[in-house]
Design a protein around this ligand. Structure first.
Ligand SMILES: Cc1cc2nc3c(=O)[nH]c(=O)nc-3n(C[C@H](O)[C@H](O)[C@H](O)COP(=O)(O)OP(=O)(O)OC[C@H]3O[C@@H](n4cnc5c(N)ncnc54)[C@H](O)[C@@H]3O)c2cc1C
Length: 419
């Protein structure tokens, strides 16, 4: 039988997961990435939920992940004064068989890129080539790319095209030409990663504040200095801000961040000091897109942020891209006809992802912080006087279960690809 050929447009977390997964399944894959040299680490912190760490472990990357990131053991939700509202165990401490890994997104991308090169061959990861269009001719996809430097056009042909080219996906644009720009949620994020002394136990992620102004801080790796590489995000409502195009490289002056968060100094964390010491602070609008009614069109489909760009609530965009990659690989193994396999993948993943996009617009576990702000804007002496344990449990559990992230589901679901 002739070997199936797959082209992936986009070598981000999802595209690289797909390349590794297809290689594991014996399916030929070529990844085209617009950036010429993806090796300088791009981005700041990203969280991988246990369900995704399980997949990367089954792809043989578990040890590398542990060495590069931090196994987060706890999530604390606090008010804007740093008072604890709710703390819960995460990862192994919560009973998962796999850890939650907080890691520098660029380090993750580089370790995955190396694995793809080693396993599939450097020829099959082609960088500096931007997807520009496709045609379905019979049972083939003819795909066009533009060379970033020479501006020349190159074509390639395969049985399947997967668009994993991010929130501004050009593949999605060809499928949905009238869609327009992402939806701006009138919130802005400022973010950086910096070496710092550990806070709390060095394995805790903290979200503090409320819907209109909050911070998310967590360690993402060990630094040579013995300190921890620490990710901080400041997020706030900006009602009058015109939509900004998201650009992972746009920087902002620290005085702008300090003017809003300069007073956020807690007994366990001096946020203004972290901001002061950060040399590169990135600005990013909070955006997503409305769910679409199909990802798959014949033998072309979407994956990751191209398929379901979501607000970063519950830290799962990267994890869900990894699960997409595994689900798509399984569909290709179990269904012999490519278009039928892609239709199966779409039916399997899209309804849940569409639900998460809409849920994320309404806050996830952070809803507890908003309740505390509304009921006790000046802080509290006893959190039980403000919010009950039952209310906290409902908020935390309903979100995890809807996203397929609860302990039972993750630990007991069958492997996507039996080793
Ligand atoms: C530079 C960068 C930094 C990021 N930093 C963070 C972060 O710090 N924290 C966080 O939580 N999330 C971050 N993200 C988003 C996060 O990686 C995704 O939400 C998630 O991992 C899903 O991955 P994805 O592969 O679907 O999309 P992405 O990771 O966005 O990857 C898409 C890839 O497609 C490439 N691409 C775009 N257009 C084309 C085209 N026309 N042809 C070929 N290739 C194309 C991009 O260069 C990119 O490598 C970042 C994304 C990028 C691109």
């Amino acid at each position: 039988m002739k070997q199936l050929q797959v082209i992936v447009a986009g070598g981000g977390i999802g595209g690289l997961s797909l390349a590794l997964s297809l290689h594991q399944a014996g399916i030929a894959v070529r990844v085209y990435e617009a950036v010429r040299d993806p090796s300088p680490p791009l981005g700041v912190g990203i969280n991988l939920q246990p369900t995704a760490v399980r997949e990367l472990t089954e792809l043989g990357l578990g040890d590398l992940l542990s060495a590069s990131g931090i196994a987060t053991q706890r999530l604390n939700l606090c008010n804007k004064f740093g008072q604890l509202i709710h703390g819960e165990p995460r990862g192994i401490a919560a009973g998962y068989r796999w850890p939650q890994v907080s890691i520098h997104r660029g380090r993750l991308q580089v370790l995955m890129l190396r694995a793809v090169r080693d396993r599939s061959g450097a020829d099959n990861i082609r960088s500096g080539l931007r997807f520009s269009g496709f045609e379905q001719r019979g049972d083939k996809d003819v795909v066009r790319f533009i060379d970033r430097d020479s501006r020349s056009e190159l074509t390639d042909e395969a049985d399947i095209l997967v668009g994993d080219d991010g929130i501004h996906s050009a593949v999605r644009h060809q499928l949905y030409p009238a869609e327009g720009e992402p939806r701006f949620a009138q919130q802005i994020l400022w973010r950086a990663a910096i070496e710092a002394e550990p806070f709390l136990d060095g394995q805790t992620m903290v979200i503090a504040g409320h819907f209109h102004q909050r911070i998310i801080v967590y360690p993402i790796g060990k630094a040579e200095s013995g300190k921890l590489l620490t990710n901080w995000n400041c997020q706030m409502t900006v009602p009058d801000q015109a939509p900004l195009r998201e650009d992972w490289n746009r920087q902002v002056e620290k005085k702008k961040v300090l003017s809003a968060f300069g007073g956020w100094r807690f007994s366990w964390l001096d946020l203004p000091a972290l901001i002061e010491r950060s040399s590169n602070i990135y600005e990013f609008p909070l955006v997503d897109r409305d769910p679409v009614s199909a990802w798959t069109f014949g033998h072309v489909t979407l994956l990751g942020d191209a398929a379901h760009p979501m607000q970063p609530i519950g830290g799962q965009a990267g994890s869900q891209a990894i699960l997409d990659a595994r689900a798509l690989t399984r569909a290709l193994i179990e269904t012999s006809e490519p278009a039928a396999a892609l239709a199966r993948y779409d039916a399997d993943r899209r309804p849940t992802m569409n639900d998460i996009i809409l849920r994320n617009r309404n806050l996830g576990p952070e809803a507890a912080m908003q309740l505390a702000e509304e009921r006790a804007p000046n802080g509290f002496s006893r959190v039980e006087d403000v919010i009950s344990q039952d209310e906290l449990d409902v908020v935390a559990k309903s979100f995890a279960a809807a996203a397929g992230l609860d302990v039972e589901t993750v630990n007991h679901r069958p492997s996507y690809l039996s080793p």
